[in-house]
Every structure is written in C-alpha cells, then in structure tokens.
Design a binder for this molecule. Structure first.
Ligand code: NDP
Ligand code: GDP
Length: 321
C-alpha cells in the first residue's frame, strides 16, 4: 500500500485528491495547520474525514514537515498548501510569499534532507503566465506573473525544476489552469456567482457586485484536475505539464450560465464595483494540454456548463439548509 502526504488537504483540491487516492487504495495523510477550530468541512462534504490521517504541521515550519516525513515515510507528497487567492496576495504579499513560495521550498528541502526518493508534486498555476506572451499557453510559454501570488508560485515552480535538475529528485510541477467545484472557496468568482445567484433566486440577496467581468479564464473541474496530479507522479520521468480544457470563457459568460439555469437574467442583477478591479489584471488565459493528453492520457471531461449547474445545485441545497 502506498502512502501519500497532502499539504493543503483541507482545501478544494486537497479534499478531491484525498478522495481519489483513497479510492486507489492509498494510505492518505494530510498536513493540517493548527487553528482554534478545526476546518474539515470539505473532507466532511466528500465523507472522507474519517478515512484520512490528519497530522499537525505548517509548511512555513520546516521542522514540522521533516518530522512527518521521518515518522510516516510517504511515497508521494502533493504540495497543495498555499495562500491561494490572488486578491488577498496584494493585501498580504509577505505572508503570501512565506507560504506560497518559501513554503514550497521548505517541503522540497525536507524531502532532500530526509529521503530524496520521495516523489513530489508542486501545485503551479496558469497565473504564472499572467500578461500572456502567447495566445494559447503551453509548457514552453514564457512567464509574466501579475500578482504577488503569481510571483510566489513562479518561485516555487522554478525551485521544483531546480531540485529536479540539481538533486535528481522526482519533482513535478503541474501548471493547472483555474478549476472549480461545489467546494471552491466563496471568494473565487465562480463560487461567488453560483452562491449569489441562488441567494437572489431565493430572495435573500438583491444584487451581485463583481469587478472585471470581461476577464476570461480556462475553467475546468477540480475532480478532473486532481487525476492529472496523480498521473504526473506515476509517469516514467518527472516533468512539468499544463493542465487545462483548451476553452476560454468570460466571467460574463459564466454568470449567464448560472443565472439562466435558475431562470434569471444576469443583466438584471450583476452590478460592477470598481473597487473589485485588481491592481494588475490577468485578462485572458487559455491552455493547450496537448502534452498531458499525449503522455498521461489525460483530458478534461466535465464542461463549464455542467460544472456551473452542479455548483448551483449544491449551493441551492446548502442555502436552503
Ligand atoms: P485552497 O485555498 O482551497 O486550499 C489551500 C490549502 O492550503 C488549505 O488546505 C489551507 O489550509 C492550506 N494552507 C494555507 N496555508 C498553509 C500553511 N501555512 N501550512 C499548511 N497549510 C496551509 O486552494 P485549492 O485547493 O483551490 O488549490 C490547491 C493548490 O493549487 C494551491 O496551491 C493553489 O494555489 C493551486 N492552484 C489552484 C488552482 C485552482 O484553480 N483551484 C489553479 C492553479 C493552482 P486552511 O484550510 O487551514 O486554510
Ligand atoms: P484567479 O484567476 O485565480 O484570480 O481566480 P478568481 O476566480 O479569483 O478570478 C477570476 C477572474 O474573475 C479574475 O480576472 C478577476 O478579476 C475576475 N473577477 C471579476 N469580479 C470578481 C470578483 O468579484 N471576485 C473575484 N474573485 N474575481 C472577480
């Protein structure tokens, strides 16, 4: 039986990959930071909280990671922990760098010091492309991050590449485009829209305030994307892969899907709040996942329409209680 350690197990992707690995027969460990109240709602949502072993630790604390690696000897480490919200990264740039950039280095360095044969997955992001240099982005597209989050992730990405090249470690970086689900954080635009549309439908809210609704993203479903993480660590050699659907849609298009599904016209409810515009925007992202398809046999399966409807249904259930 293989053992996997997931940092960020309480997050969206952490919960889905834990479920995926449990189904594959893995012994699943999750690093969980100490909070005054335990935050395992997503693990409860997927009904797996009792099936994973949660271990106290923080990726900004090197010794806590070394302790876990020495004691529990995982075969694979999925580093998903991060301050992952772009908006917050301008408010808390130093914390974002400590967690999202140096945190990843702490995990890499712990593996190097403890057992360099442990396989490592780094959660990289399409935000590293930022001000895009090519209309469609692939593994060779130059980077130009546009936020402290993007810059921190780029540092972690290059450290992953560097540890692979310097120490021959099985370290992979998955450059994942936006992926969502019913357990996406409420601050991200898809979930903000599905949750608000439901509340408007139920008469609990009048308007939905958004920023730049002309921004375009290549949105996929987290459930599809965690499979790619697993496949990267089973590939015969460590490499980096772009994971995307290959289709881009605007925030406006996504609003239309959610409101239409509820029988509402989004134009009657969505209002623009200039305060929600970002200091520097990533206007458009669209990925080319050809390498993943060729070498991992991976392809996105769930469409944006089906995902948004699933999110609306889940929010309807939650809001109605
Ligand atoms: P979430 O924000 O849902 O989850 C982040 C996780 O990191 C949470 O479990 C959080 O714990 C944990 N965490 C934060 N700080 C620390 C710390 N100091 N020590 C230990 N754990 C910590 O993110 P997602 O699941 O959406 O994303 C997973 C990863 O993939 C992230 O690294 C993200 O940046 C990256 N990514 C995500 C994309 C997406 O579209 N979802 C796209 C590309 C990359 P807590 O619950 O305690 O806050
Ligand atoms: P990101 O791609 O990781 O930044 O994911 P988000 O879901 O946070 O944002 C996606 C896009 O939606 C960005 O271009 C945002 O500027 C845009 N957007 C427009 N209005 C909002 C809003 O109210 N909240 C968020 N989070 N994003 C918004």
């Amino acid at each position: 039986m293989k053992t996997a350690l997931i940092t960020g197990i309480t997050g969206q992707d952490g919960a889905y990959i834990a479920e995926y690995l449990l189904n594959k027969g893995y012994n699943v460990l999750g690093l969980i930071r100490r909070l005054s109240a335990r935050n395992i709602e997503r693990l409860n949502y997927l009904k797996i909280a009792g099936d994973v072993k949660l271990i106290d630790g923080d990726i900004t604390d090197l010794s806590s990671i070394i302790r876990v690696l020495k004691k529990d000897k995982p075969d694979e480490v999925y580093n998903l922990a991060a301050q992952s919200f772009v908006g917050t990264s301008w408010q808390q740039p130093i914390l974002t760098s400590d967690v999202t950039a140096i945190g990843a280095l702490n995990v890499l360095e712990s593996i190097r010091l403890t057992d360099p044969s442990i396989k490592f997955y780094q959660a990289s992001t399409s935000e590293m492309f930022g001000k895009i240099k090519e209309m469609v982005q692939c593994e060779n597209t130059p980077f130009h991050p546009r936020s402290p989050y993007g810059v921190s992730k780029l540092y972690a990405h290059w450290m992953t590449v560097n540890y692979r090249e310097s120490f021959n470690m099985f370290a992979c970086s998955g450059i994942l485009f936006n992926h969502e689900s019913p357990i996406r954080g409420l601050e991200f635009v898809t979930r903000k829209v599905t949750n608000s549309a439901v509340r408007i439908k139920l008469g609990l809210q009048d308007k939905l305030y958004l920023g730049n609704i002309d921004a375009k993203r290549d949105w996929g479903h987290a459930k599809d994307y965690v499979k790619a993480m697993y496949l990267m660590l089973q590939h015969d050699k460590p490499e980096d892969f772009v994971i995307a659907t290959g289709r881009t849609s605007s925030v406006r298009d996504m609003c239309k899907i959610a409101f239409d599904y509820l029988g509402l016209n989004y134009e009657d409810y969505v209002k623009i709040d200039k305060n929600l515009f970002r200091p520097a925007e990533v206007e458009i992202l669209i990925g080319k996942p050809v390498k993943a398809e060729k070498y991992l046999g991976w392809k996105a399966e769930i469409t944006l329409e089906d995902m948004i409807k699933e999110m609306v249904d889940a929010d309807m259930k939650r809001v109605k209680g």
